[in-house]
Ligand binder design. Structure first.
Ligand SMILES: Nc1nc2c(c(=O)[nH]1)N[C@H]1C(S)=C(S)[C@@H](COP(=O)(O)OP(=O)(O)OC[C@H]3O[C@@H](n4cnc5c(=O)[nH]c(N)nc54)[C@H](O)[C@@H]3O)O[C@H]1N2
Ligand SMILES: Nc1nc2c(c(=O)[nH]1)N[C@H]1C(S)=C(S)[C@@H](COP(=O)(O)OP(=O)(O)OC[C@H]3O[C@@H](n4cnc5c(=O)[nH]c(N)nc54)[C@H](O)[C@@H]3O)O[C@H]1N2
Ligand code: SF4
Ligand SMILES: [Mo]
Length: 707
């Protein structure tokens, strides 16, 4: 007997509805849920791999303890007691900062980790909290904090109503959109052009999104800040500033004008590669198109001037009057609304409250940049990290100079990983606590519903009930909290995260108290395909975090960072590296699904024909790619889609490492780009890793070519 259940794919931010057909405890089919009002049946090839995750023989189902080179299965309570005892001992002997935490990307979709995970990790009392934020969206959160007064108040492009979508450092046609939850983004981008609007892509590679666009401009990696300053200069010089409805609430206009005045397009074109007339055209069309949005994403964040670039993207949207207007960057009205939930708390944001011990990089939102993790483990002294908890992360493959981290991890006194796999990172753990996987737990998109192009709400119960021998992420976190947090120790019974969700729904904007459908968990459960709560609506100035109800266009930390640009204007790197995402790949952790890795090897270095010719490299050759941190060997694909002087390699590969228990991934290993990226190459303002624009060399590998 087969049965069909409705759920949501969370492998990326698009949150597509899925219909999962099961026979007993097997998945027999996963397809798009035609009745999901948001995704309307759309899925990409990754959704079906959720079945592979469920059935993967390599996946751990019970806790394991490392014994020499081997793993021994233990009972859950034995594992929890061991972890509680060892972490407790280390904390007593060396203080709370001797414990560190790294939280990875899948945490963002995980109700249990967003509730009890946060509760556990944030209350350990350590300053050594790390996450994927500092290899990702940190600069965008900082801009929201410094300019709008709340780090979670990040705007979302209103793609469905815009007439001009300018995409800087994002490739939504492949990533399926980020800080822009929008199932079937390709169709939404095509619709812009179909209604007479325009899509413009600015990217060092002519991407899959560029293929859908009216125009593509090449830009030298890491120079967005100069392009953006020139656009600001033009907007002021040509009298194109239109603050619109929010004019009373905007401060810092003059300071922004003078900050940009020294950067006319003629002064930056040689460095950015964008011609002055293109900069002017871009600034004018953004300023004069009534419904327009400048969208910046991971490419503008993970680079040397990520902080400044994220500031200027938001500032330009304000200057041109598009922020919080239909077709512009807007704010959501989600059923569980993070903005008021965090407004009165520390989660509203913080910056530079403390600095990392060894290198002095700043805290942001209670976390330190992960680029300092290795040195904080290696460097003796007070506050040295001696124990590490990783949760839903794989920093050996996903953070700069992973090779150094991989050498540092064995030096820890203790490490515990909450993760279903023995992978490149967790193989160093003393104990691995494997949670249930996606289809085995309930789902509500607590965080990402705040960054969605429509207001939507959806709850899915688990497709499969967890086995008695399994634990959810939240149960693991609760068990550890009971052993590690004194305040928590007295609490005998914990409520499941659903209870918190229900409370938030009921007290939220659509909850019982305010009428309007009276949303609650039980009402949501009756609508298994989800509920559409309508298009985005103007939310400012009400949501601004500053008591003054102001948007600050010129926060001090940015102005103080500008002098650093002088060095950039005079530097010329001969060859720089950028990343690349691929439709069948999901960061580092879905390569154990045969259906996603089959076909040609994908961990290839893209290179422009001129760069290849000058190095004597032919298509398909294996080359040595080296940077400050180290060297790897990869095959080359020669293509004119690359800007000359720029090469591109995807991240998340490099599975041929001893001890990794991923049979399929290890047979399609690729090499890790983060063995080449440099942990010292960061945005000095924010500490965000500069994974783009990394200076590299490529050498023809004559040995392997012969072989
Ligand atoms: N060079 C370069 N490096 C990059 C990037 C880049 O563009 N270029 N991108 C960066 C970005 S944007 C990100 S977000 C990071 C991602 O970096 P990470 O978050 O560190 O890495 P992931 O590959 O997402 O690893 C996810 C881990 O979570 C586990 N996992 C999956 N689901 C669950 C779950 O439900 N519960 C638990 N407990 N564990 C689970 C998986 O087995 C895997 O070990 O990589 C960054 N690194
Ligand atoms: N299929 C798939 N989808 C994913 C993921 C995945 O691994 N695979 N990862 C998910 C995650 S964790 C995230 S954070 C999102 C990210 O979503 P996006 O931000 O859309 O990510 P990318 O596809 O990496 O796009 C970044 C773009 O920036 C360009 N770029 C690089 N350097 C620069 C620069 O200096 N300036 C400019 N202007 N552009 C530059 C790159 O060429 C690339 O086209 O994707 C998510 N979706
Ligand atoms: S685009 Fe693909 S990976 Fe992303 S949520 Fe939809 S089906 Fe899942
Ligand atoms: Mo990410």
């Amino acid at each position: 007997m087969t049965q069909t259940h409705f759920h949501t794919c969370t492998l990326c931010e698009a949150t597509c509805g899925i219909a999962v057909t099961v026979d007993g405890d097997r998945v027999v089919d996963i397809r798009g849920d035609e009745d999901d009002p948001f995704s309307r049946g759309y899925i990409c090839p990754k959704a079906t791999a959720l079945a592979d995750l469920r059935h993967d023989p390599d996946r751990l189902r019970r806790p394991v303890v490392r014994e020499g080179g081997d793993w021994r299965e233990v009972e859950w309570d034995e594992a929890f007691d061991l972890v509680g005892r060892r972490l407790g001992e280390i904390r007593s002997a060396h203080g709370p900062d001797s414990l560190a935490v790294y939280q990875g990307n899948p945490s963002a979709h995980n109700l249990g980790l967003l509730t009890y995970g946060q509760l556990l990790f944030r209350n350990l009392g350590t300053r050594n909290l790390f996450s994927a934020t500092s290899v990702d969206q940190l600069p965008q959160m900082l801009a929201s904090y410094l300019m709008l007064g709340n780090q979670v108040l990040m705007p979302v492009p209103d793609v469905d109503r815009t007439d001009l979508f300018v995409c800087l450092g994002g490739n939504p046609a492949v990533s399926n959109g980020s800080v822009m939850t929008a199932p079937d983004i390709r169709a939404r981008l095509k619709a812009i052009r179909a209604r007479g609007g325009q899509v413009v892509v600015i990217d060092p590679r002519r991407t899959e999104t560029a293929a859908l666009a009216d125009r593509h401009l090449f830009l030298r990696p890491g120079t967005d800040v100069l392009l953006l300053l020139s656009m600001v200069q033009v907007i002021f010089a040509e009298d194109l500033v239109r603050l619109g409805r929010l004019w009373r609430h905007v401060s810092g206009v003059d300071a922004l004008r003078s900050a940009a005045s020294g950067f006319p397009p003629e002064a930056t074109a040689a460095v950015t590669g964008v011609a002055p007339e293109e900069v002017r055209r871009l600034a004018r069309s953004l300023a004069t198109t009534p419904r327009a949005v400048l969208y910046g994403r991971v490419g503008i964040c993970t680079q040397e001037f990520g902080g400044l670039a994220a500031w200027l993207v938001l500032a330009i949207n304000v200057l041109t009057g598009h922020l919080d207007e239909p077709g512009g960057p807007m704010f959501t009205s989600p059923a569980v609304d993070m903005v008021p939930l965090v407004a009165m708390t520390r989660f509203r944001g913080s910056f530079g409250r403390w600095h990392s011990r060894v290198r002095g990089l700043p805290e942001f939102g209670g976390e330190l940049p992960v680029a300092v993790l290795s040195e904080e483990i290696e460097t003796p002294g007070r506050g040295q990290i001696r124990a590490l908890i990783t949760s839903a992360g794989n920093p050996v493959l996903s953070t700069p100079n992973g090779a150094r981290l991989e050498k540092a991890l064995p030096g820890l006194d203790f490490m515990v990983s909450i993760d279903p796999y023995v992978n490149e990172t967790t193989r160093f753990a003393s104990v691995i606590l494997p949670p249930t996987v996606h289809l085995e737990r309930s789902h509500y998109e607590l965080a990402l519903a705040n960054y969605s192009v429509r207001n939507v709400a959806k709850y899915s119960p688990p497709v499969f009930e967890r086995g008695d021998d399994q634990r959810h992420d939240w149960e693991i976190c609760v068990a550890l909290a009971a052993r590690l947090l004194s305040r928590a120790a007295g609490v005998a019974r914990w409520l499941p995260p659903e209870s918190m969700l229900d409370l938030w729904l009921r007290t939220g904007p659509y909850g019982l108290r305010r009428g309007l459908g009276g949303l609650s968990l039980s009402r949501l459960k009756k609508r298994p395909h989800g509920i559409d709560l309508g298009a985005l609506e103007p939310r400012l100035p009400g949501r601004l975090g500053f008591r003054s109800r102001r948007i600050n266009l010129a926060p001090r930390p940015y102005l103080d960072d500008l002098p650093r640009l002088r060095g950039r204007l005079t530097r010329a790197d001969s060859l720089v590296l950028i990343g690349r995402r691929q439709l069948r790949s999901n960061n580092s952790w879905m390569h154990n699904s045969s259906r996603l890795v089959k076909g040609k090897p994908r961990c290839t270095l893209l290179m422009h024909p001129d760069d290849a010719a000058s190095r004597g490299v032919a298509d398909g050759d294996r080359v040595e790619l080296s940077g400050a941190a180290g060297a790897i060997e990869v095959p080359v694909e020669i293509t004119e889609e690359m800007m000359p002087g720029v090469v591109s390699l995807p991240h998340g590969w490099g599975h041929a490492r001893p001890g990794v228990k991923l049979a399929v991934a290890s047979a399609h290993p690729g090499a890790s780009v983060n063995d080449v990226t440099d942990e010292h190459f960061v945005d000095a303002l924010t500490g965000t890793a500069a994974l783009s624009g990394v200076p590299v060399q490529v050498k023809a590998d004559t040995e392997s070519r012969r072989g």
